[in-house]
Design a protein around this ligand. Structure first.
Ligand code: NAG
Ligand code: NAG
Ligand code: NAG
Ligand code: NAG
Ligand code: NAG
Length: 400
């Protein structure tokens, strides 16, 4: 009975006491230690994995700073309010380019600007603007007068300056309407075909802004003859474009035509006119998209041909004649003869003189007689600026 009382203990005791089973005991102990170590290592490892997992998840979801987890796995969760609803972008970046300076090539620019929406109704309240495009050698020397002209009419105009002289840019103060309005420009030689390229570059840059509806080309020697509201109303309500165009016999007219231009341009289709144009959006797109006529002028009307006086008048009259008024809005005086028009200096600028330019005769406007023939005038030198600033704002009723 005594022996049977605890058989398991007896057998265990037997086991301990039996020298035969000593090796068995050792292996058991080793096995136990090994298991213990394995367990410890595994636990530690798993803990690490879990920590890493948590850390990675946190990092990728909340984008938190990697330093926010400490050695204890204590990760401080930053208390953030839910992110504000992102501001709606909609068409914003598409309708108005953010920066004047871009790195598109002329070819890329013209292609992009020639894109016309097939849906002609705008899906947003569109306020039509006038694009004032200044083709200059250096700075816009009469800019102070233009500043007064534009004052109070933000949102109704956009300014573009093509200036071959890049140093012109540095002199523009930050609060000027001309600040940062220079477009990527290239060399321009007066009379050369690259002048037309500059005009196309101005048109194309201005077309990128879908609100621009009328496009006027000006030089640094141009001044406005009326206040902004008169100019804006006149242009917006016009049913016609203003590209001067006439047929002229003699050396400075048909004499500049080259028979090599036939059959794309015949001599009867050859026209002359001032380069200072004003046109609507539809015609502007047609002008920049033209390759056929432009390449003919490029090849056969460079240098003494003065392509800028013939390309647009010929192109517009041949293809879009019925949309054209055939006159220019920019007054210039060729009465003295010679290759250059009259320049106006300080002493030329009087109230009577400016008044004469404003209402010297009457012109046809939308099929009716109108007191206004010209909205702009040239050529004024920088010496005339003082007097202009003194006389013009009052005479022209600027909004000051
Ligand atoms: C973790 O966040 C840091 C800092 O925000 C970031 O630099 C790193 O790329 C992120 N790593 C992963 C895997 O998201
Ligand atoms: C965890 O981190 C927070 C902020 O760093 C600290 O206030 C808190 O005492 C920490 N908790 C532990 C248990 O370390
Ligand atoms: C002209 O000035 C504007 C404003 O400082 C600047 O953004 C632009 O890059 C300049 N352009 C050139 C050609 O220097
Ligand atoms: C602009 O000038 C015209 C005359 O040309 C005048 O009737 C009109 O009141 C002026 N507009 C403003 C806003 O001063
Ligand atoms: C301008 O000239 C074109 C072509 O000769 C003609 O069709 C158009 O009617 C003219 N415009 C005006 C306003 O007379």
């Amino acid at each position: 009975m005594k022996n049977n009382q605890n058989p398991s203990i007896t057998s265990l005791f037997k086991l301990f006491n039996a020298p035969l089973h000593l090796s068995n005991l050792l292996s058991l102990t080793l096995f136990f230690l090994f298991g213990l170590c394995f367990g410890i290592i595994l636990t530690f490892h798993l803990k690490n994995v879990q920590f890493n997992l948590q850390f990675t998840q946190f990092n990728s979801t909340a984008g938190a700073d990697a330093g926010s987890g400490n050695g204890n796995g204590n990760i401080s969760v930053p208390v953030t309010s839910p992110p504000p609803a992102p501001e709606r972008v909609g068409l914003k970046t598409y309708l108005t380019p953010e920066k004047m300076m871009h790195d598109m090539t002329d070819e890329e620019l013209i292609w992009r600007a020639s894109v016309v929406p097939k849906v002609r109704e705008y899906p947003y309240p569109r306020t039509p603007k006038v694009a004032f495009m200044f083709l200059t050698r250096g700075p816009v020397v009469l800019s102070e007068m233009w500043e007064m002209f534009f004052k109070g009419y933000d949102g109704l105009f956009t300014i573009y300056v093509h200036s071959s002289d890049s140093s012109a840019n540095v002199t523009v103060p930050e609060d000027s309407v001309f600040y940062g309005r220079r477009i990527p420009s290239k060399e321009v030689e007066w009379g050369k075909v690259n002048m037309i390229e500059a005009e196309r570059r101005l048109l194309a840059n201005a077309l990128l802004d879908f609100s621009n509806q009328r496009f006027v080309l000006l030089s640094e020697a141009c001044i406005p003859l009326f206040n902004f509201s008169t100019v804006y109303t006149y242009l917006m309500n016009s049913k016609h474009n203003f590209v001067e165009s006439y047929d002229l016999e003699g050396p400075v007219g048909r004499g500049r035509y080259s028979p090599k231009m036939a059959p794309i341009v015949d001599i009867e289709e050859w026209r002359k006119g001032s380069q200072w144009f004003e046109m609507d959006r539809d015609l502007a797109v047609e002008v920049i998209s033209d390759k056929k006529y432009f390449s003919v002028f490029h090849d056969f009307c460079d240098g003494q041909c003065y392509a800028d006086e013939h390309y647009l008048p010929t192109f517009v009259t041949k293809l879009f004649g019925e949309t054209n008024s055939n006159r220019t809005l920019t007054f210039v005086d060729w009465a003295k003869g010679g290759p250059h028009p009259t320049k106006y200096n300080r002493n030329d600028v009087t109230e009577e003189f400016l008044q004469k330019l404003r209402n010297d005769r009457s012109c046809e406007y939308n099929g009716k007689k109108n007191q206004i023939c010209h909205l702009f005038a040239r050529k004024f030198t920088s010496h005339a600026l003082d007097r202009l600033l003194r006389i013009a704002p009052k005479l022209m009723q600027f909004n000051l």
